[in-house]
Design a protein around this ligand. Structure first.
Ligand code: ADP
Ligand code: MG
Length: 471
């Protein structure tokens, strides 16, 4: 029999341990800002945040024109994309894409195998190009490469992989120019496509946001398999930048905030388990509490403990609960969003995914509570991160000269992308609520989170366009 009281107490304790009240979120944001400053000061200035200069000094103006490709290597899926840009304010004449799952064995194999696969997919996609679309006069096609792993850029179209995250581990590709490896593979495929911009997916998302919403867009944020953010910084604030300052006076900085950590992060035993079982224990704490690759796993560990210590599912512990990744984040979001009186969606997911049959409403309620707790914490921590960035660029506080209530508020847009943000609606709602609580009603700025659908891919194509040799 379920030990209801014991289960309830355990859930209560977990809720306390994962609580994210506003003062805590403010501490998290302040700790993030402190690390950001340290990371801008000098190379390796922050052990957590790489604060990588993207070499993007100019974001798209909206007047980019022509046919461009993009390749988006994220975590779970990989997309190739073709856009025809109109040349007038944010006009996209046509856009097509193809998405393929990355075969698991390629995620931990050799660089050559991974890039040959990607180059072949790109080559096949190029072959489907409509003859009415005109590539550049000399028939080279240009592509932006959105690559969502930490890279130390050496120019806008070259960079060295620092290490892998999100379950990828391709040791022979580390420390080498990622564009060269890809460009060589494209050469082997016999096609003529030139990579003219290498961009982190957050930078692509920011670029896509700029294209649509102009200067108001200052931040790009991804909540997908992993999480990360970038923002527009004053170039002279990037103390570690040794080259001449860009003419625009600005530089897009990629935080790699997945690796943020702070004693303020409300961790539980489940986070420790998830970390220990990962391919990168000790790293990416923030990511492991916030992003799609991990939320399902956190809930699974909580359920397992409740099953073991409070007989949540009866006398035997369901075997599936011990299986890694048996409960995906999409399942957790479905259960979280279940508002039916009998919690039928929860029942169905427990049955289909974990093989747990004929649950009571009481049991299902506990499961739903855990999904809510983990989703709420994730969404609110993501909001604290964005709030930290707003503070860093001076767009979080009151008007400079007081008495501002009557003045018109300035807008800041955060371009958002990623499957978690797009599909996990309760998570998104928690994030928005927390961000608005943090910013407050009396600030000088209003902040808007805007889904920039497929932002990283389109943004990479846009940056290929604005860095094209042909214009
Ligand atoms: P990537 O981050 O690999 O570029 P996506 O942005 O497409 O990929 O995000 C995919 C991730 O989004 C999945 O790994 C999953 O964790 C999460 N996700 C997808 N669908 C849902 C959903 N319905 N609910 C919650 N999370 C989802
Ligand atoms: Mg992605």
């Amino acid at each position: 029999r379920v030990q209801v009281q014991r289960a309830d107490r355990m859930v209560h304790d977990l809720r306390m341990a994962s609580a994210t009240p506003l003062p805590l979120l403010r501490q998290v944001a302040d700790a993030l800002v402190e690390e950001m400053c340290a990371g801008l000061e000098r190379e390796g200035g922050s052990e957590q945040l790489k604060m990588l200069p993207s070499y993007v000094e100019n974001l798209p103006s909206g007047n980019e024109k022509g046919l461009f490709y993009a390749v988006d290597l994220g975590g779970t899926n990989f997309r190739v994309l073709r856009v025809s840009l109109g040349g007038k304010k944010g006009e996209v004449l046509s856009q097509e894409y193809k998405e393929v799952a990355i075969p698991r064995e390629l995620m931990t194999g050799t660089g050559k195998d991974l890039f040959d696969f990607i180059a072949d997919t790109l080559a096949k996609f190029v072959d489907t190009e409509d003859t009415s679309l005109e590539p550049n006069p000399d028939k080279t096609r240009e592509a932006g490469f959105a690559f969502s792993f930490p890279v130390r850029q050496t120019s806008v179209k070259s960079g060295i992989v620092i290490h892998w995250t999100k379950g990828f581990k391709i040791d022979d590709a580390v420390g080498k120019d990622i564009v060269k490896q890809f460009q060589d593979a494209i050469g082997r495929s016999g096609h003529n496509v030139e990579i003219s911009a290498l961009v982190n997916d957050t930078v692509g998302t920011l670029a896509g946001g700029r294209y649509n919403f102009q200067e108001e867009t200052m931040i790009g944020c991804i909540l997908g398999t992993g999480t990360n953010a970038c923002y527009v910084e004053r170039a002279d604030a990037v103390k570690k930048w040794k080259d001449p300052l860009p003419k625009s006076g600005e530089m897009v900085i990629n935080l790699e905030w997945g690796n943020f950590r702070s004693p303020w992060l409300p961790r539980t035993f489940a986070d420790e388990e998830v970390d220990n079982e990962s391919v990168n224990p000790g790293d990416q704490w923030f990511e492991k509490m916030v992003s799609g690759m991990y939320l399902g796993e956190i809930v699974r560990h909580m359920l397992l403990k409740l099953a073991e210590e409070a007989a949540l599912f009866g006398d035997t512990v369901p075997g599936k609960l011990r299986e890694r990744h048996s409960l995906g984040t999409p399942c957790v979001s479905e259960m979280h969003a279940d508002t039916s009186a009998e919690l039928q969606v929860v029942a169905a997911v427990l049955h289909q995914n974990l093989g747990i049959q004929s649950t009571s409403l009481e049991q299902r309620r506990i499961v739903r509570d855990l999904c809510d707790m983990v989703g709420q914490r994730g969404g609110r921590l993501a909001a604290a991160g964005v709030y930290g960035l707003l503070k860093k660029i001076g767009r979080a506080g009151p008007h400079k000269n007081g008495f501002a209530m009557s003045r018109k508020k300035k807008k800041t847009v955060v371009a958002m992308d990623g499957g978690l943000y797009e599909h996990h609606l309760p998570y998104r709602k928690y994030m928005e609520e927390a961000l608005h609580e943090l910013v407050g009603r009396n600030g000088a700025y209003e902040v808007f989170l805007r889904l920039q659908n497929d932002g990283s891919g389109i943004g990479a194509a846009l940056l290929a366009a604005s860095h094209s040799r042909h214009t």
